[in-house]
Ligand binder design. Sequence first.
Ligand code: SF4
Length: 277
Amino acid sequence: MKVIVAENCGFCHGVNNAITMAEKVLKQEKDVYSLGPIIHNNEVVDRLTKSGLKTVNSIEEIHSGTVLIRSHGAAPAVIDQLKDKGIKIVDATCILVKTVQRIAGQMTEQGYKVVIIGDEKHPEVQAVMGCAGEKVIVIGDESDLHKLPENDKLGIICQTTQSYEYFSKTLQSIVQTSFNELKIVNTLCKEATKRQQSAVELCRRVDVMFVLGSYKSANTHKLAELCKQHNSQTFHLQNWTELDKSTFFQKEVAGVTAGASTPEWVISEFVINLKKL
Ligand code: SF4
C-alpha cells in the first residue's frame, strides 16, 4: 500500500517544550506534579510517570514539591494558590497560550467583555477565562449566542487549536448580534492551522485517511473532523494496534496525519506497519 504522511503533523513546539521541561525537572527535583495530564497521550504520560511525574487533578492533592504547568497553562488564581502553599512552579505554558492570556487581561482592562470562541471545558480555555475577569463569555456554537450582552464592547479571541473555518463562521454569527463595539484578535495557533491545512490537502488525494492521536486530544479531534468533511473514509485511531484492516480493503493510497500531542514513534510505527501490508 502506498502511504503518504502529511507535511505538517505530530508534536508542536509547545508540546515538545513541555515534555523537555518535564524530563529536565524530573532529573533535578524529587516530588514533581502535573495538574492534569501533561499532554493528551497515554504513552507519553506513562513514560514520564515511570520517571517520577505524578499526575493529579486538583491543587488539594499537592502539599509540597514542584508543579509543572502544562502547555495549556493555568489560571492566575491557580498559580496564586500554589504559591500560597509554598509549592515551586515550573511553567511550561506554551508561549502562544501565554500571549492569549495576556490579550484577555488587556481587553478586560480596556473595558471589553472578553468572548472566547471555543470549548468551555478545555483546560486552555479555562486558564484564559481566569485571566479575563468575571464577565467572560465562552461561545462554543450558535446555541451560546444568547449569552452575549447587548450594546456592549466585546473583545473576541479564539481557542488556539480551533480551525479557521470554525472561528470565521462563529464570528459571522456574532457580528449579527447587537453590540456597540467589537475588537477581534486572531489567536489561532499557526502550527495547528498548518497541520489542519496539510491534512485537508492530503485527505483529498488519498483513498483512505488515518488521523493518529488520543481520543482526549482536542486538536486531533479537530483534524479528524476536518478530514471527514473532505474524505468520508477518514479514521481516527490512537495507534497501530487499533487498525481494523477492513478499512483499507480495495484501497491503494493511504494518508496519515497526527495531532500535536502524538509522538513521532506512534506515527513511524503506524506508517512502517501500513507499508508492509
Ligand atoms: S498547538 Fe499551538 S498553541 Fe497549542 S501547545 Fe502547540 S504550539 Fe502551543
